[in-house]
Design a binder for this molecule. Structure first.
Ligand code: ADP
Length: 228
């Protein structure tokens, strides 16, 4: 599903953010990415959804060699990857339903399908009754559920979640984790960067620790392993 071979990322200013990562993630795995701030977690995730290109090495996602990808092929790959951020990143002038439908409109899906699929995923995140609300009328947890609905609407093979519970209180964080679990159960591979020690230590899954741009630890049913 995801393979990295000797992947390096040096930013234009010379920062070596990722330094020789080798990794294989199978389809349907749930992986936590942990590590100190500045360790390279976001860079690692950005390379998977092709926001950043590796300076060296190869990355395969869902059979595509991301380093060799032609610009016009990027949308095809992105369609297979749903991304969720700490700060939700919803479009403030669009309603909940429009935010979700937008991801289908850009791929020019038929109108009836857009409507049906949008309601289906809003049902899944239990927000159907908020379909016509605007993001600023929702709580943080609800906004993150909209972002999740948007991320899964294309049925992506991979979900990248960069600190999805970072702005949420503990109860709401657990709600979001339940949803991600359900999405994983339905077949998506999930890669989640997190600083949430309690979640990692309670819901034991594969843990990859990144330190100074390298994989410092890779454990099945691992633990958080840091004090913060
Ligand atoms: P983390 O997500 O673990 O906090 P990042 O991937 O954001 O780590 O950052 C890794 C390193 O790369 C840090 O030293 C950071 O300052 C640097 N970095 C991140 N993005 C950029 C960028 N666009 N340009 C230059 N340096 C960057």
């Amino acid at each position: 599903m995801i393979e990295m071979h000797d992947v390096w990322k040096t930013y234009p200013d010379g920062t070596n953010a990722i330094r020789g990562i080798n990794l294989k993630v199978d389809s349907n795995e749930f992986v936590y990415v942990v590590g100190p701030s500045g360790a390279g977690k976001s860079t690692f995730m950005k390379m998977i959804y092709r926001e950043e290109k590796p300076t060296k090495g190869t990355i395969f996602v869902n059979g595509f060699n991301l380093g060799k990808l032609k610009a016009r092929k990027i949308p095809y790959v992105r369609r297979n990857i749903g991304v969720i951020f700490q700060d939700f990143r919803l479009l403030p002038k669009l309603t909940v339903a429009e935010n979700v439908a937008f991801a289908l409109e850009v791929i020019e899906a038929p109108k009836r399908l857009i409507k049906r699929r949008t309601l289906e995923v809003l049902e899944l995140v239990r927000l159907r009754e908020k379909a016509d609300s605007f993001p600023n009328q929702l709580s943080g947890g609800e906004q993150q559920r909209v972002a999740i609905a948007r991320a899964i609407v294309n049925n992506p093979a991979v979900i990248i979640a960069d600190e999805p519970t970072g702005n949420l209180d503990p109860d709401t964080s657990w709600e979001i984790m339940k949803l991600l679990d359900e999405i994983n159960y339905r077949g998506s591979t999930i890669i989640m960067a997190t600083h949430n020690k309690e979640i990692v230590n309670t819901r034991r899954r594969r843990v990859i620790a990144i330190e100074k741009g390298q994989i410092a630890r890779d454990q099945q049913r691992g633990e958080y392993g840091y004090e913060d």
